[in-house]
Ligand binder design. Structure first.
Ligand SMILES: [Fe+2]
Length: 203
């Protein structure tokens, strides 16, 4: 049997995006988007999304181009690019609305959650199965290495506790269990406490 690709990191990252946009909408509803903890959560969300999408664009979709020869597969890759491009103006628009103290932040937060949510679902439902059928676990690891290179230690220090933020304890244990013991220790002693101190979204 051929070895299957494990998409855990992709799924937990997508879930963290969904969780943050739920928090953004809650903050907008409560009229608390000026709270520094909400602004911190929003800035962190944008930074995580930028890394995620830019490394996918640079190191994941191009890997599929030579092997995705069916028209449907080609169309799907185009969709991924188009969908990524639709999200950036919404982020910029939300930033402008924050600056201006606009009164439609709830609507904007919902729109962002809808558009990003549809993209993530599309990716999970169609792109990941395509990847599973066309790429090898070695290809996937190469994408993982590109992500790790882009993130560096500082990026990992911010990403791991952001992922486990709000996770059920059993799920968080299972997720952290994927990492070597020294990294888990580093997270417990340094990264997670540092993340907690930022009080992101805790308005
Ligand atoms: Fe993704």
């Amino acid at each position: 049997m051929t070895e299957k690709i494990d998409f855990t990191e992709m799924y937990v990252t997508h879930d963290a995006f969904r969780r943050d946009l739920g928090r953004l909408e809650a903050a907008a509803r409560a009229g608390r988007t000026d709270d520094p903890r909400v602004r911190g959560g929003w800035e962190n969300f944008k930074a995580q999304l930028l890394v995620h999408h830019s490394v996918e664009d640079a190191s994941l979709w191009p890997r599929l181009v030579p092997v995705a020869t069916e028209p449907e597969a080609k169309g799907l890759l185009e969709d991924m690019e188009t969908e990524h491009a639709r999200i950036d103006p919404l982020l910029a628009g939300f930033d402008r609305a924050l600056e201006d103290g606009a009164d439609d932040l709830v609507v904007r937060a919902k729109e962002l959650a809808d558009v990003l949510g549809q993209h993530l679902e599309h990716e999970e439902e169609e792109a990941l199965p395509l990847i599973q059928s066309l790429l090898t676990p070695a290809d996937w690891k190469a994408f993982g290495r590109a992500m790790a290179r882009r993130q560096g230690v500082r990026g990992a220090a911010a990403w791991v506790p952001w992922i486990t933020d709000g996770m059920a304890p059993g799920d968080a244990r299972a997720f952290l269990g994927r990492f070597p013991a020294p990294l888990r220790l580093l997270n417990r002693l340094l990264w997670a406490p540092r993340y907690e101190r930022r009080r992101l979204w805790k308005f």
